[in-house]
Structure formats: structure tokens, C-alpha cells
Design a protein around this ligand. Sequence first.
Ligand code: CAO
Length: 550
Amino acid sequence: MAKIPVKVPDIGGAEGAEVIELLVAVGDEVELEQSLIVLESDKASMEIPASAAGTVVELLVNEGEELSEGDVIVVIESEGLPEAVASTEEAGSSVAPEIAEPETHGKSTTEQHSKSVESTPASATDQTVVVPDIGSDDPVELIEISVAVGDQIAEGDSLVVLESDKASMEVPAPFAGEVIEVLVTEGGTISQGEALMVMRTAASSGLDEAKPERSSPATAVSAPGAVASAVANKAPVHSSAEHPVGRGEGSVYAGPAVRKLAREFGLDLSKVTGSGPKGRLVKEDLHAYVQNSLSSRPVAAVTGGAGIPPVPDVDFSDFGEIRAESLTKMAKLTAANMRRSWLNVPHVTQFDDADITDLEVFRKGLKAEAERRGTKLTPMPFLLKACAVALRDNPKFCSSLSGDGQTLIYKDYIHLGMAVDTPAGLLVPVIRDVDKKSLWDLADEVIELAGKARDRKLRPDEMRGGCFTLSSLGGIGGRGFTPIVNAPEVGILGVSKADIRPVWNGEEFKPRQMLPLALSYDHRVINGGDAGRFLTQLVGLLSDIRRLAL
Ligand code: CAO
């Protein structure tokens, strides 16, 4: 048996992080990586994981106590000393994530703090909030946006949750104000210094001279000075009573693990009452809330799938050798999105085949020209163009239902998502203004975006704003599939592999190249008649591409 002290890891230079929650007690059995305590610095909150599995034999900290890097938190009695622990012990620190801290721009926190203290509040101003120092130059995933445009945010409220290989981190609001523009999307990757959102301060931090333009990276560099200086002040510990304004999870006080659990349950954290210190939400609150919901409501009324009987847990090793492989973050996110769409959207799928014999003759005839232009013309640009025309003429397919289900919002632009199969999972970059682009432009953009998706180089803004999605398995194979609508969009076109079939032309069977199409749609918005018209028009356009010019 070895006694392993777990110490406060490198917390990004933040001294005096407060213990706001103890998650274990002496005598508890803990697993490797299980959270032991929650620390909160003036920059972020973080959970410190166990560096070994075993029994907690000493708990050396109390709630409210301030800790610094290297302080021992607990001692775990463990049967074995994993290599990772041994090496980190030598380095004088436990295995633990780094904490988020603000952009410093080469200035010490103290310097920036004093600038903030000296500053005089002035009128409201827009500031771009950027990703602070996350302890690495590598991009991290943005797994949650905790606020929405129009939300009134208190200083220190969580704006987004980032997840690296090591941990999830919340980025707190550097100052109080209103969210004016969210510049990122969930599921994308983001790096230190990149713009997250534009916030309007209640009063300026005195750095009006550095007032940023909204989307200019150069000004995003100057804005964080204000951000960092605001963050350098102690972020308030907030309870829901102190911050009643706000929407969804942005106004709640919870750590990354609790937010993760809430996502798994599909819970809106703002509806759960926190029982932890200062109103903080703890995992038990979520369990109690789910239990209450299940016992107090008829099963049919429970939303988000909580009332669906679970698939039984089977020990597959009873039947032979097995291997377990963790899902990638991307795969988990895709699974959550698919489940959400599947549970919320009443799907119908309609099928048809387009005769693309002439289109293929035309496309293949352009092969040499495509090579000269340094591009490749697959059927995809034609499909995009045909969808743009069908969407223009059937605008319901270019709409979304409002959150309360009372209003249909029509989009007067045609931005199309394109599902891309990547080793890391499914990604859907968006091609903007498809109706205004030439086939050559679209061919270039398909190649560029698919390449970026496969290299994990897509920017968050390249994956948002879509009106309708195309999912083509034509290069892979299959005769048909029923795609899941990419909600809040209301329609998606599934394209399968074209093949040559005998088609009756009224007099005889002729070999024609037929492209199988499957149109899935949200039946709350689209009726069978609407879908029939859309698909018939699409088939007509692809069968006679001269119609694209009309
Ligand atoms: N029928 C027959 N052949 C087709 C075809 C179709 N419908 N669509 C494409 N092809 C051919 C192309 O012409 C190309 O042939 P050559 O190499 O001989 O020129 C080949 O198949 C490969 O095309 P591609 O798939 O690389 O290119 P694309 O422009 O058609 O598609 C993209 C790009 C990004 C959509 C595609 O690569 C992809 O990732 N598809 C998967 C999408 C997906 O996973 N959807 C499922 C979502 S739900 O899980």
C-alpha cells in the first residue's frame, strides 16, 4: 500500500484559489480521475481529480480555505502507484488540468489589475471577449455556449465551456454586461486569443481608446486588455438569487462536471436549485431533480427523452472477448445532436430518383477544364445549385421554427450545410450564398471545406448559419438512407450512389444513370405536399440542368 498525496496542480499562476466544495470525505473509496474538490480562483473554477484509485485517508483542506499550487489536498492510500503519478510526483505536482486564465498580453496580472482599479467608469461600450490563456497553444473544443444574445451577464458568469484532452474549463465573463453577439458555435475548435463574443459593458473599464471593431482579429487583441483587467478583479461568487437575470445555464452556478452531467440528462440547469455552498449546483441536485421529475409527472409528459426506458446494460464479455474504446469528443457531440434532433423532430422521409444521364455527360465533358482550373467537379456542386433553386421556390424548407413553436422564421439567404465524413466524426461546414455562386466556385469550396473538416481546421463560423443540409454518400455507396434533420433546420437531402438502370421512356427501356435522393423533413413545418413539390422540382432540375439557369 502506498500513500499518495494529491496536490494543487499548476493553476495558471492564480494564487489563493478558494475551496468551494469538498466532493469526498475520509474513508471514501475513489477512482482514478474522480473529482476530489472544487477550487475557484478569480478566473475560473476547476475540479481537482484523484491521481490514483484508493481510499481517502486524510483530508487536509476545508471549504472556504485558500490554496496555492503545491498544497496537499488529500492523501490517498492506494494499492499501486501508477507510472503517471510517479512521474508527476517527481515533478512536485499531481495529474490535473490547467485552469483557464485571461489574456494578459505580456502584462502581469498585477499591472493589469492596477490599471483596472485606476480606471474611471464611463458610458457603455462593446468589448470583444477572447479565449484566455488556456495553458496550451493547441486548439480546444468548445463544448457549450452558456449564454445567448441579449442575456444580461454578471461578472464571473460562465460564458462558454471549453474541453481539452485534460479537462473542461469555463470561461467567465470578465465584466458585467449584455451579450451583443456570439461569434462561436458549439462543437468547433478554438484557440487562445480567438474572439468568443461581443459584450456591452454596463460601464466602460476605462479603456475606451482600445474599443474594438466586432470581428476584427486585430482589435480582438486590444480588447482583451480590458477583458483581462476586468478579470483581474475578484469575480463575485454568485448565487441564483444574486443573478436572477439571464437565460438557460448561463445564469447558474455549477462546475464543469455538473454541466457535463446536465448535458447527459438533457437538463436545463436554470431549473435546478443548488444545495452546495453559496447556492452552487452539485451532482446530487441533478439526481434529485430527475428523480422528482420522474415521480411527479406522467412519463409521457417528460421531455428530452428522460422518460424513455433505457436500453438494458449487457455484459458482452459473457459471450466472448471484447474491447472498449472511448468515444471521441466529436462522436459524443454528434451523438447528442442526433439524439436531440431525433427526439424533438417528427421525421418523414420521401424518396425519388433523378435521371442524371445528361448531367453526367456535361460534368464529365468539363473534366479537362476542371483540371486546368485546378479543381474537381463532382456531382456535389450541381446538387448544391439545384437545392438552392428548389429552396428559393419552396421557402418553407429554408425556415426554422421558433423555440416556442409559435412562429416560422424564414431566411432570405441560402447557406447550405454539407455533411463531411471525417476520421474524427461527422462535421457539417456551411457554404454561404450558394444561389449566388458559380459551379466552379462551389466546386472549389466543397474541396476546401471538406479538406478543412478532415484536417480539423474548420473555424466555428464556418459551421454555422446553415438553412438546409446535404448529406452525400454517393462517393461511398448504398441505394438509400434516411438522414436525420439537422435541427433547427427543417430539411435535409440524402444522396446515394448513382447507377445505371433500365428506365421505361414510354416506348422502350433505356439505360439511364439514376441518382437516388431521400428528403427528410420536420413534419411540424413541412407537409407531404410541400415535400413532394420540393423533391419533384429537384429531380426535374437535376434531370435537365438547363433549368438551373431559369
Ligand atoms: N453517385 C456516384 N458517384 C458519385 C456520387 C454519386 N451520388 N457522388 C460522388 N461521386 C463520385 C465522385 O464523382 C468521385 O468520383 P471520381 O473520384 O471518380 O471523380 C467520387 O465519387 C468521390 O467523391 P467525393 O465523395 O470525394 O466528393 P463529393 O464532392 O461527391 O462529396 C463530401 C464531398 C465531403 C460530401 C464527401 O466526401 C463526404 O464526406 N461524404 C460523406 C457524408 C456523410 O458522411 N454523410 C452521412 C451523414 S449521416 O451519418
